[in-house]
Design a protein around this ligand. Structure first.
Ligand SMILES: Cc1ncc(COP(=O)(O)O)c(C=O)c1O
Length: 374
């Protein structure tokens, strides 16, 4: 039966980056075009061997395993062992089609598992899909305040919200502000409150302050780490990630996702094995991003826009001199042809800041420097 015409159905809000179209047009008018630092989409090449593996897998015909092939999960485990120092069994890993679909779908699946709970806790200034996943599941999205270093403030979580929580999201290094959370504290908080903690670690390879950390260093009980090849290996276009950790949670998600038909395509799984297996390209990418962060910071300093280098990730997060990030975004687009993302996209508490992703080639960043010099 059709619902009554006046029932209020879900109306998708404008997609944040669609709101930048007028600014992109203004930036595009500059000679040399727009230097687009708005979306965190990689511009550098993935390793040639990974691209070759996509074409040579011979895995097009049959359905791929939803949980990920043995080789896919083993390669991810070997990477976690090498780069993060943790031992994870392949049975405690599942594949995801990039991590955004997992982030956006998770509250729905966790609600099926715990129907009496209805709340998603997530950092107040963060990747918008944590909130959107809650909204899409008809759950309550409750932002958790952050401290002055853009770390999640676990003490600020209300006990009543914790009692209703399907999960707590943490993201370190954090998008957009580059903060580094205490993941041991997050795991302990989750265990103390009986709330699963999902740790989005997709920027872990680009940790600048101190060693790389995963929540799995603190045991797997009640916690799940989420990893992606999008940023690590410049493979956002092929869609490959994993979730790993608590055996019961991972088992549940693997089973539900199998029924729902989530599958990383076979050729992508084969290519991902090659990508997880190589660290040299990641070291090259680390050098590129770090150099660009330093260079862009110098350019901003010439414009009297000071900012710190992030603890991790590939974003600068300057505060607008007068606190109006939309005005700063407009000024930069119109005067210099560079596009950033107003911090409001990541939560009201970020509204005074602008996010600039160093995902443009070095030549584009130098073009920006030339425009500033003129
Ligand atoms: C914090 C965070 N998590 C997850 C994602 C999703 O990445 P993907 O779906 O490509 O794995 C992004 C992408 O920008 C991100 O910034």
């Amino acid at each position: 039966m059709m619902p009554p015409a006046d029932s209020a159905g879900f109306e998708p809000p404008p997609y944040p980056y669609d709101r930048l179209v007028p600014l992109r047009e203004a930036a595009q008018r500059h000679e040399g075009g727009c230097v687009d630092l708005s979306i965190g989409t990689p511009c550098d090449p993935p390793p040639a061997a990974v691209v070759a593996a996509l074409g040579a897998s011979d895995l097009e015909r049959s359905y791929p395993l939803s949980v990920g092939s043995d080789a896919y999960r083993r390669a991810a485990c070997a990477w976690m062992q090498r780069r993060l120092g943790v031992t994870v069994e392949p049975e405690h890993v599942g594949a995801c089609v990039g991590t955004k679909e997992l982030v956006a779908g998770l509250p729905h699946w966790l609600r099926l598992r715990a129907p009496h709970r209805d709340t998603v806790l997530y950092p107040a200034v963060s990747y918008p899909s944590y909130e959107m996943g809650a909204i899409l599941a008809g759950a309550r999205a409750v932002p958790v305040p952050m401290d002055a270093q853009w770390r999640i403030d676990l003490d600020a979580i209300d006990d009543a919200d914790a009692a209703r929580a399907l999960c707590l999201w943490v993201n370190t290094p954090g998008n957009p502000a580059g903060g580094l959370d205490d993941l041991g504290a997050a795991a302990a908080w989750g265990r103390a409150h009986d709330v699963p903690v999902f740790s989005d670690e997709c920027y872990v390879e680009f940790t600048w302050d101190g060693p790389r950390h995963t929540i799995l260093e603190h045991g797997s009980a009640g916690v799940v780490a989420v990893h992606s090849l999008s940023k690590r290996s410049n493979l956002a276009g092929v869609r490959a990630g994993v979730f790993a950790g608590d055996p019961d949670l991972v088992h549940y998600l693997r089973e539900v996702r199998k029924h729902a038909g989530f599958m990383v395509p076979g050729p992508v799984q084969a290519a991902a094995v090659v990508a997880w297996g190589d660290d040299e390209h990641v070291e090259d990418q680390r050098t590129r991003y770090h150099q660009r962060l330093v260079r862009l910071r110098e350019i901003l300093a010439e414009l009297d826009i000071p900012c710190d280098l992030p603890g991790g990730g590939f974003y600068l997060w300057p505060e607008a001199p007068d606190g109006d990030a939309w005005a700063l975004a407009r000024r930069l687009a119109e005067d210099l042809g560079v596009l950033g993302s107003p911090g409001e996209f990541y939560g009201a508490a970020g509204a005074r800041h602008l996010r600039l992703a160093v995902v443009a080639p070095d030549a584009a960043i130098e073009l920006l420097a030339e425009r500033v010099a003129r």
